[in-house]
Design a protein around this ligand. Structure first.
Ligand code: F6P
Length: 367
């Protein structure tokens, strides 16, 4: 293979925020491109900004990149609680927060990094944007199972999460039918309903509840009763963790104060199951899928998208086009300024074509 003129000699890679299937595929593609096309050295930064601030990194050889394409998680480790601008430090037994961005920039100089690839969601991209303004040569790669990052049609990890939830919905069907119960499956997704919408449609959910369409309890119960009147004595509800009643609030599971977004959602299905039983007498059970949705082997789609993102991130770096994030638009891999990607979340539009299709098939959105 003909070698191109080396424009980057040393690159750093980190994975930030919650893990998701496909991270290793990005690391592999970016690092192999750096080594094969640019003869560059690759430094893997451990546990995202913790490793960057504390100087914890390892050189990745070609051998380290073998056998990782199919692995879930990230070989580099990750963290969503080590923001360099608000860095948690324990002093005299008490937790404090400090701006450690200078320590991070000093490590970038010490490691002689010509570029750093940030693979992450909105929290990581926000930090990447600030560091880019301080002069760090950053290239972003969007990841999240939530699919809520603006400026890309889709993030890798989403397809795998949808496959996981769809499998769960399929499995829940038989037990719901046998026991004549209402079964509620709660998905992740934070403030966006992408996972619940896609898996709900793929699994044939009778009711799909997403944050973008607040639900009315009686509107959720109506189709369940209607189904039982026609002899269908079970129903499946797919609810996103960020769904909420029309006159109610989000169900918060915990607050992680070191995190970019401290709120952790979870538990809306338990509340809903209780409310449905109380109001209708229909026996109702729930299951919260939680972090299962983030694990396992990435689907072929996610591997391909992640591989393309990794390659294009390195090409951006080699071209010196810093402060940009690779993305997918209309089937093409391209890039946008990181600042634009973090300006807002990508929520499900209420008139999304898939919602229209599902409604036509009799699916209720609880409105
Ligand atoms: O953003 C990915 C995600 O899995 C969300 O869907 C979920 O709300 C959150 O992360 C959970 O975060 P943690 O791993 O900190 O519990």
């Amino acid at each position: 293979m003909a070698r191109r003129r080396p424009t980057i000699r040393r690159i750093g890679i980190l994975t930030g925020g919650g893990d998701c299937p496909g991270l290793n595929a990005v690391i592999r593609a970016a690092a192999k491109t750096a080594i094969n096309n640019y003869d560059a050295e690759v430094i893997g930064i451990r546990d995202a900004f913790r490793g960057f601030v504390e100087g914890d990194a390892v050189r990745l050889s070609y051998r380290d990149l073998s056998g990782i394409l199919t692995l879930g998680g990230t070989i580099l480790g990750t963290s969503n609680t080590h923001n360099p601008f608000h860095y948690p430090i324990v002093r005299r037994g008490k937790q404090e927060f400090r701006d450690m961005s200078r320590a991070l920039l000093a490590n970038a100089r010490k490691w002689r990094l010509d570029a750093v690839v940030f693979i992450g969601g909105d929290g990581t991209m926000n930090i990447g944007n600030k560091l880019s303004q301080l002069g760090l040569p950053v290239v972003g790669v969007p990841k999240t199972i939530d699919n809520d990052l603006a400026e890309t049609d889709v993030t890798f990890g989403f397809d795998t999460a949808v496959a996981c939830v769809t499998d769960a919905v399929d499995r829940i069907h038989s037990t719901a039918m046998s026991h004549h119960r209402v079964m509620i499956i709660e998905t992740m997704g934070r403030y966006a309903g992408w996972i619940a919408l896609y898996a709900g449609v793929a699994g044939g959910g009778d009711v799909i509840l997403i944050p973008e369409i607040p639900y009315g309890l009686h509107k959720v119960i109506e189709p369940l009763i209607a189904r039982s009147r026609t002899g269908k004595r079970f129903s499946i509800i797919v609810v996103a963790e960020g769904a909420r009643p029309q006159r109610g609030s989000l169900v918060v599971e915990r607050v992680v104060k070191e995190s970019h977004d401290p709120i952790r959602l979870g538990g809306v299905s338990a509340k809903l199951a209780h409310d449905i039983e109380e109001a209708s007498g229909l026996e109702t059970r729930y299951i919260i899928l939680g972090h299962l949705q983030r694990g396992g082997t990435p689907t072929a789609y996610d591997r391909i998208l992640a591989t393309q993102f990794g390659y294009h991130a390195m090409e951006l770096a080699a071209a010196g086009r810093f402060g940009r994030m690779v993305c997918l638009k209309g089937g093409q891999i391209t890039s946008v300024p990181v600042a634009r990607a973090v300006a807002k979340l990508k929520l499900v539009p209420r008139n999304h074509p898939l919602i229209k299709v599902a409604r036509s098939l009799g699916t209720s959105f609880g409105d």
